[in-house]
Design a protein around this ligand. Structure first.
Ligand code: G4P
Length: 521
């Protein structure tokens, strides 16, 4: 990193969208505008292949999907931007949730021909919970889509967030003229071969014939007036709190609307925000180095068989070779040669600042949610959210002689947070739990490929996990409708078949208090 890069303001964000809304295409355009500095993992470039920097997971190659989050960094208008990718598969995992804890802003991409889709809703909820700014890009205006006003209504009704369209489209599909930018008071004329032309336009006055014909102008004028009168007022505070989303219309594939989106993004997104810790909020102004690990990725490079822990820097300055303390164990760790920026490019990073994400080499020291802080610190960041699994399978090695590989594989993948593990009392059967189906497939594939063990997975009929918060149950309580297991932290968990069996149990056992997964300290 050159010297002047170090002092640039930071912006750290992720794109949330339903598959096929255009996240990859938009990312490619961002990189064209910003100039990519370095990348980690996969940025799949379906069309050009240009940014498909690495396909390190076999399963991604086979399926053509992105199952692991990656990070890219680029500079735009003197801002250092960290963009964290989230899995693009419709199946959904904890990995995505955790990645969202490491960002300060989210960009929501909506396919204008489809409106709000299922996965957008789920991802949106996580962002809303964290109260971070959410900027919306409504994509594919080059195609006939839903009515823009209807789309806004949908966002407000389905997602429960106020909207403020910063740009407003004139026409769509074959009749798409461009967008009026309410901030810049200009018309951005659509050009399918490029960025579009910025033309001054007084929306309350006469049309600019270079921008729009009279008829289109009148309709635009009417619609913008309606927005001014009946729409939500713009409030930067509301944006910062995640209560109002600025909306932009464009066409990622042609690059139209992307630049004005990024220009506004710089102003509307959050700078690196503080995170809660045991000693209060820790933000960028805190002098000593601190950060937390939100993701661990094993075997990014099969030739190296290594693990990379992804750390978000929260405060101070990361310097290669520095000694930090892993708060969970109290162990001092030197982040020396092994500290690298992202395995894909094998580039070494010497310094990093609050908001940056660094990949550090892990020989088995780290767990998801770990805090690394200046050597004498007692600081521990708030635990990352854990999610109750909804899918369960009993798992064992096909070949009993492979037990050692089996245990090692499970241990590492559980530590990595790829899967949740439960054991039954007495027999100690291994039951794995997942939030999404894909987690199982990835688990099986990795056990096979990375740990050389074929496994048998027997799907279980349970769908609800409840932790026993208060009261005691007997070890032999399991029956055909429920199963008692212990989680990784030896806490008792009951797996129920469905809501009915859960309610039945609660009625019969008023003394036993059930709850969600408590945060692990
Ligand atoms: P994702 O990462 O969110 O899953 O979406 P991605 O960018 O891969 O885009 C999904 C599909 O939508 C791609 O077409 C892509 O070319 C198309 N697309 C993206 N942005 C726009 C846009 O602004 N307008 C139009 N008309 N299409 C857009 P595909 O046919 O699935 O892939 P490909 O085979 O063309 O690469």
């Amino acid at each position: 990193m050159s010297k002047n890069e170090t002092i640039l303001p930071r912006r750290t964000f992720a794109i949330i969208s339903h598959p096929d809304a255009g996240k990859t295409t938009l990312t490619e355009k961002f990189l064209h505008l910003g100039g990519m500095l370095r990348s980690a993992g996969t940025v799949k470039g379906k069309k050009t292949g240009k940014y498909a920097t690495s396909d390190w997971m076999e399963i991604e190659k086979q399926r053509g999907i992105s199952v692991t989050s990656s990070v890219i960094q680029f500079i735009y208008q003197d801002n250092m931007i960290n963009l964290l990718d989230t899995p693009g598969h419709e199946d959904f995992s904890e990995d995505t949730y955790r990645t969202l804890t490491a960002v300060d802003t989210a960009v929501m991409v909506i396919d204008g021909t489809k409106g709000i889709e299922e996965q957008t809703v789920k991802l949106f909820k996580v962002c809303k919970m964290r109260g971070i700014p959410i900027l919306t890009f409504i994509n594919k205006l080059d195609r006939e889509g839903k009515d823009p006003l209807e789309l806004l209504e949908e966002i407000e009704d389905v997602l429960g967030i106020e909207t403020y369209p910063v740009t407003w489209p004139s026409g769509m599909g074959k009749g798409f003229n461009g967008v009026y930018n309410r901030f810049e008071k200009r018309f951005e004329k659509y050009d399918e071969n490029g960025e579009g032309h910025m033309l001054p336009l007084d929306i309350d006055g006469e049309t600019n014939p270079d921008a729009l014909d009279e008829m289109a102008f009148e309709q635009l004028q009417e619609e913008v007036m309606l927005l001014e009168e009946a729409g939500d007022a713009f409030s930067k505070e509301k944006v910062a709190a995640g209560e109002l989303t600025p909306v932009f219309f464009g066409s990622a594939i042609t690059g139209f609307g992307v630049q004005s989106f990024l220009d506004a993004f710089i102003h509307l997104s959050n700078a690196p925000q503080p995170r809660n810790s045991t000693i209060g909020e820790i933000g960028p102004e805190h002098e000593e180095f601190s950060g937390f690990i939100f993701k661990i990725q094993a075997n990014m490079n099969p030739a190296h068989r290594d693990r990379i822990a992804f750390l978000r820097v929260c405060s101070g300055e990361f310097e290669r070779g520095m000694t930090v303390k892993l708060t969970r164990t109290g162990k001092a760790i030197k982040l020396s040669q092994s500290s690298q920026f992202f395995a894909a490019s094998r580039e070494t990073v010497d310094k990093a600042y609050p908001g940056d994400i660094i990949g550090i080499y892990d020989t088995g020291n780290y767990q998801i949610g770990d805090t690394l802080a200046a050597s004498n610190g007692e600081l521990q960041f708030e635990a990352l959210p854990t999610f109750p699994p909804e899918l369960f399978a009993k798992v064992y090695a096909k070949n009993a002689l492979k037990q050692k590989h089996f245990y090692k594989g499970i241990e590492q993948l559980v530590q990595e947070g790829a899967i949740q593990l439960y054991k039954t009392p007495f027999f100690e059967d291994y039951i794995i739990g997942a939030v999404g189906e894909l987690q199982f497939q990835v688990f099986e594939h990795r056990m096979n490929n990375e740990y050389n063990v074929n496994i048998v997975m027997e799907r279980q009929k349970y769908g609800i996990a409840k932790w026993i918060v208060d009261g005691e149950v007997k070890d032999n309580i399991s029956d055909s409708r429920k199963l008692l297991v212990k989680d990784q932290h030896e806490r008792s968990v009951l797996l129920f078949e469905n809501d009915f069996s859960l309610r039945w149990f609660e009625d019969k056992n008023p003394d036993i208090k059930l709850g969600g997964p408590e945060r692990i300290k």
